[in-house]
Design a protein around this ligand. Sequence first.
Ligand code: SAM
Ligand code: SF4
Length: 423
Amino acid sequence: MNISDSELIAASLEKEGLVKMDMIDADVVVFNTCSVRKHAEDRAVARLREAKAHKRKRGIVIAAGCLSQHIGTRLLEDKICDIAVGPYESPNIAQIIREFLKDNSRNLFISSEKDDFAGRLHPSLIMRPEREHWHRFVTITHGCENFCTYCIVPHVRGPLISFNSEEIIDFIKQLPRSGVFEVTLLGQNVNQFGQDNGDISFCQLLERVSTIPGIEKINFMTSHPKDFNPDIIRQIANNNTIARSIHLPLQSGSDEILKRMNRGYNVKHYIELIDSIRQAGDIAITTDLIVGFPGETEEQHKESMALIKEIGYDDAYMYAYSPREGTVSAKYDMQLSKETKNRRLTELITMQREITVSRLDNLIGKKEKIVVERVSRKNDNEVSGKTFSNRQAVLAGSRDDIGKIFTIEYEKVNGATLYGKKV
Ligand code: SAM
Ligand code: SF4
């Protein structure tokens, strides 16, 4: 979502005639920030301070994104930035700079009124040369109102806003003109698409996007176990254009913790979803997990470990719980020590690494389509890319292969790297 927002910010500035350059010489420096974990905020503040020190005499430093929405007033008071812009207005940055140059007392732009929401499907993004020229992120929903008790997103990105399905489809229809054949549909919980405005369902949207001429691969993220349903699984299983990979965040393997996280599902429901996905065919499954939620006992941590082992994810993003000011769980008693959280995280990461490698080993001999993304850093005669199940793989090739689709057969796994050959 942040990469996608950064593209909108860049497009807004380029339209105004600004060009990308090193921070040292730039007149305007924009940091697009994240607030999901404290560590991300601390890093953003440090980078902003550094930029502000460089720009003491000349230049404007802008903090964009969720950090500004969260603590924009504080950033301005502490003189860490010149302008603070929340996610609602990130795509309007050029206009905001113009206003600031006329009147520098107007420097805080953190409204979350729906009327102030700047759209995400800008025509300027269609022809904009991106690093991955064959791929575009397409935001289909903004915000979230699920209020998981640990999560700051609903507080900083505001309520769910689904974009109009016809506008999304019209936008995607224009993309193949500039060489795009892959799209990633984005939302905090894409499965809730249309629930706020009575539009078609997410499953219907997937089906419609898959019929657009020129679109050959559709990814989507993120799904939520409480809203994910068998129709979506069937759609993926029967539709060659949709990536065979599902990111389905579990967060915890303990019913008690899931309840206190306000996730809206239990372990039994989650396992049923996994079983249905596995029955539908060879679809990669990845997840997000949080260890050390307030009050998580050693027993509950072991429940998470056991469930993760049982499910056998292809990969997982694992985090130590980070209390976020303003969220419900930050006020819970029994916050765990840093040592406990880090130890549990290490245990989990070590176990998942082994599972990831063994899942890769099982692929040897299988064939799959791949989109080549780049020349390998270690070897000029090798390229790497993402397969149609969104696994990273390496194969023999050259720069000319970038942005093309090949079929490969998996040959070996080295460390955690999957190797294949073109067939
Ligand atoms: N909307 C998505 C969902 O519901 O899965 C993801 C949103 S969040 C930006 C991405 C991941 O960050 C979450 O799935 C969760 O695992 C993690 N996360 C969110 N808040 C966190 C917190 N306070 N501490 C640690 N991890 C957190
Ligand atoms: Fe955060 Fe939960 Fe919304 Fe995901 S679904 S963005 S974790 S509140």
